[in-house]
Design a protein around this ligand. Structure first.
Ligand code: GLN
Length: 274
């Protein structure tokens, strides 16, 4: 009888342990299910992302970079404006474009003044220290614009004594300063101003992205474009490093627009095949 009591106690203890164990692991499952539900609800709910102005997607650009962004009438139009409008539509937000200086875009994104920057902006390691970038949606390459008949016929003719015009804070300016020294480079607030300086003989050449170069040469007589040895650049949208869900959702929308051919058709609309 004594033994029977002992066995019963052991059995009961084991049973109790099993019950406690089941309860605990059951609780664990219940918790993780709850957090999964919260996550998927957040992802599905675009309203959960916070933007600078409620209901709006505020994009900073420098509308002096045709065909990516330029002013027509009182509107900023171009490749970036159209892609951003499609992204905003997918997110259920109204697109607000702020036209600012190129070198104010990253500081404004960092300080939380803008939700994102989209300005034919090249992804560079240095910029990645200040902002995050989306997937790339287009390519660019730096080229040299010279007056017809210029002594500069290739990149090899450029040296520290060449007066090089560039748009302020752009990769063209950064590369030119790296390669030929700070003194060789004259920076202008707009690429078009650098081109005017070229036309009036203040600079010997302009180093700028290929698509705006084509637009500036088409608008002004007597200029030609030389190819450079500079590598292809990736254009992407920049975000505050803490943009979190906003960055994820914008990038997700961009991915979809790339996958379904929308981005390519916008590029084709503005850039004619050579
Ligand atoms: N792609 C170049 C850069 O990111 C120029 C961009 C621009 O002038 N809008 O520096």
């Amino acid at each position: 009888m004594k033994n029977f009591k002992k066995i019963l106690a052991v059995v009961l203890a084991l049973a109790l342990t099993a019950v406690i164990f089941a309860a605990c692991s059951g609780g664990k499952n219940a918790n993780s299910q709850a957090s999964d539900e919260t996550e998927s609800a957040a992802a599905a709910d675009a309203a959960a992302i916070s933007t600078v102005t409620d209901g709006k997607l505020t994009m900073a650009t420098n509308a002096a970079f045709p065909p990516y962004e330029y002013v027509e009438g009182d509107q900023v139009i171009g490749i970036d404006a159209e892609i951003a409008a499609k992204i905003a539509e997918k997110l259920g937000l109204e697109l607000e474009i702020v036209d600012t200086e190129f070198d104010s875009i990253i500081p404004g994104v960092q300080s939380g003044k803008f939700d994102m920057g989209m300005a034919g902006m090249t992804v560079t390691d240095e910029r990645l220290e200040s902002v995050n970038f989306s997937d790339s949606y287009a390519k660019g390459v730096q080229v040299i614009i010279v007056p017809e008949g210029s002594a500069i016929t290739s990149v090899d003719d450029i040296n520290e004594n060449t007066k090089i015009g560039c748009q302020v804070a752009t990769t063209g300016s950064i590369y030119a300063q790296d390669d030929y020294g700070v003194d060789a480079v004259q920076e202008y607030s707009k690429g078009a101003d650098a081109v005017q300086a070229l036309l009036s003989g203040k600079v010997d050449c302009v180093i700028i992205d290929n698509e705006p170069a084509k637009a500036f040469v088409a608008e002004n007589e007597g200029l030609v474009i030389l190819d450079t040895a500079y590598v292809e650049e990736d254009y992407a949208i920049c975000f505050n490093k803490n943009a979190g869900a906003l960055e994820e959702q914008v990038n997700e929308a961009l991915k979809e627009l790339i996958a379904d051919g929308t981005v390519q058709s916008i590029l084709d609309k503005y850039i004619s095949a050579e």
